[in-house]
Design a protein around this ligand. Structure first.
Ligand code: TMP
Length: 431
């Protein structure tokens, strides 16, 4: 059994949980432009990340109070419209929050952000539900100091508490409350700033933060997400977009594909797909796909899910059932049976299907430069593949997330992200 070194952990937001530089800096640039203010020589705009806005505008940028007030209006307008969406969540943060919560640790947030933008960000990224308590500034600019915010965030009783933050005032705030502090050296203050301020410990990255706050605790199981669709459904473009969005949400994504994903399986991929082997019989084809899958599951997919990764796999066993079972008419049951030792119980937690009619998919494929041995198959073949997919979906509605792939690329990408997030973070629904 392991135990957590702290029974209460208070996190700062910007630069600790979320990487906010682009969102804040662009909003600040916009606000300064609107009030015709210039950035004083020698001032790095990153310095405005962390302190309350009024303090940054007057103290760091030297604005008069009335001008600063107007700038806050412009800043807020731009931030709500654009800036907030430029945020990303640092990797491993979700797993740290989950591990602490599941370990019975009190988890709180203390940020100098006013309540509305703070809650908008937490809700946007589906982070709200991790916290027992969230303390922010009020929206009326009256500034509460960091020690007081931290004091309010702490539980009524605790044995050992720690504040995690990326700036010296987080460290000083912790000290004022008589608790430890961890300096998030990956944020916006330098490691030197944090050490000089007297941080109990400084971490260079979020992996080290996890090791410090949750030493020896098992990392929660990850998630296995597969993407399926006909050739020409726009799958690769959508997997690219989805991968980037999930990373921005702070998921630790391992992107892979089938057939392939590791050395042996990539070699098998070449053997299967080359048009040099037009004589390959359906059984050989089905067994080669299964062989590639066996190695891929063993070497890549299972270990990554066990390490807590979100495995995003372009095609999996459903492709074999649809293409070899349906397209090649080997039969669904035969294909399922010969894949059993390859899958070895590692079924996807969710499968995204890009729905597109095989005739439209065929038209889209015609514009592609080179086609592989499966893509050159007849329209009737792909029609059978489509029917087999539709039957699979009908039989397992809980696992499949179906998105209309016939819409324009951006609409499909937005629908895909919504569908996937609703499964990964049910709290995000409706945000
Ligand atoms: P890709 O073009 O999506 O990388 O997939 C390669 C081709 O292999 C595609 O035409 C679908 C086909 N395929 C099968 O027939 N059975 C399978 O099990 C897999 C994974 C792919």
């Amino acid at each position: 059994m392991f135990s957590f070194p702290y029974d209460a952990v208070v996190f700062d937001l910007d630069g600790t949980l979320t990487c906010s530089d682009q969102g804040i800096i662009q909003s600040m640039r916009y606000a300064l432009e609107q009030v015709n203010a210039t950035i004083p020589a020698g001032v790095d705009l990153r310095a405005v990340i962390g302190p309350p806005l009024m303090q940054s505008l007057m103290g760091i940028l030297g604005l008069e109070e009335a001008v600063a007030r107007r700038a806050i209006g412009y800043y807020t307008e731009y931030f709500n419209r654009t800036g907030m969406y430029l945020y990303t969540v640092y990797p491993h943060i979700r797993s740290i929050l989950t591990m602490l919560r599941e370990g019975g640790v009190f988890v709180a947030l203390a940020t100098s952000k006013p309540v509305r933008p703070a809650m908008a960000i937490l809700n946007h990224f589906g982070l709200t539900h991790y916290f027992h308590r969230i303390i922010t500034e009020e929206d009326n600019e009256k500034v509460v100091n960091k020690p007081e915010l931290i004091r309010r965030a702490l539980p009524e009783s605790y044995e050992r508490a720690v504040m995690v933050g990326d700036r010296y005032f987080d460290v000083e705030g912790a000290r004022a409350n008589g608790i430890d502090s961890v300096g998030a050296g990956y944020g916006f203050g330098s490691e030197e700033e944090l050490r000089t301020a007297g941080a109990t410990h400084v971490v260079a990255d979020t992996e080290s933060l996890r090791a410090y706050l949750c030493p020896g605790a098992p990392v929660p199981r990850g998630f296995f997400l597969t993407v399926e669709g006909l050739d020409g459904s726009g799958k690769t473009t959508q997997v690219d977009r989805l991968e980037q969005s999930l990373r921005d949400y702070g998921f630790s994504v391992l992107r892979t594909r089938e057939p392939g994903g590791c050395e042996i399986s990539e070699e098998i991929r070449h053997t299967i797909l080359t048009t040099d082997h037009m004589e390959m019989c359906p059984a050989c084809e089905a067994l080669l796909y299964a062989a590639a899958r066996a190695q891929h599951v063993h070497e890549v997919i299972r270990p990554a899910v066990e390490r807590g990764m979100l495995v995003l796999c372009d095609r999996f066993v459903d492709s074999s059932i649809a293409y070899q079972g349906g397209g090649r008419a080997l039969g669904t049951d035969v294909v399922r049976t010969l894949n059993a030792p390859a899958v070895d119980g590692m079924m996807p937690d969710a499968t995204l299907y890009l729905a597109i009619d095989h005739q439209l998919a065929l038209e889209r494929r015609h514009s592609a430069t080179s086609l592989d041995r499966i893509e050159v198959e007849s329209g009737a073949f792909h029609g059978r593949v489509q029917s087999a997919y539709e039957k699979l979906i009908n039989d397992d509605k809980k696992r499949f997330l179906v998105v209309n792939g016939e819409q324009d690329v951006d609409t499909v990408a937005a629908d895909v992200l919504d569908a996937v997030l609703s499964r990964l973070e049910p709290e995000l629904e409706g945000c």
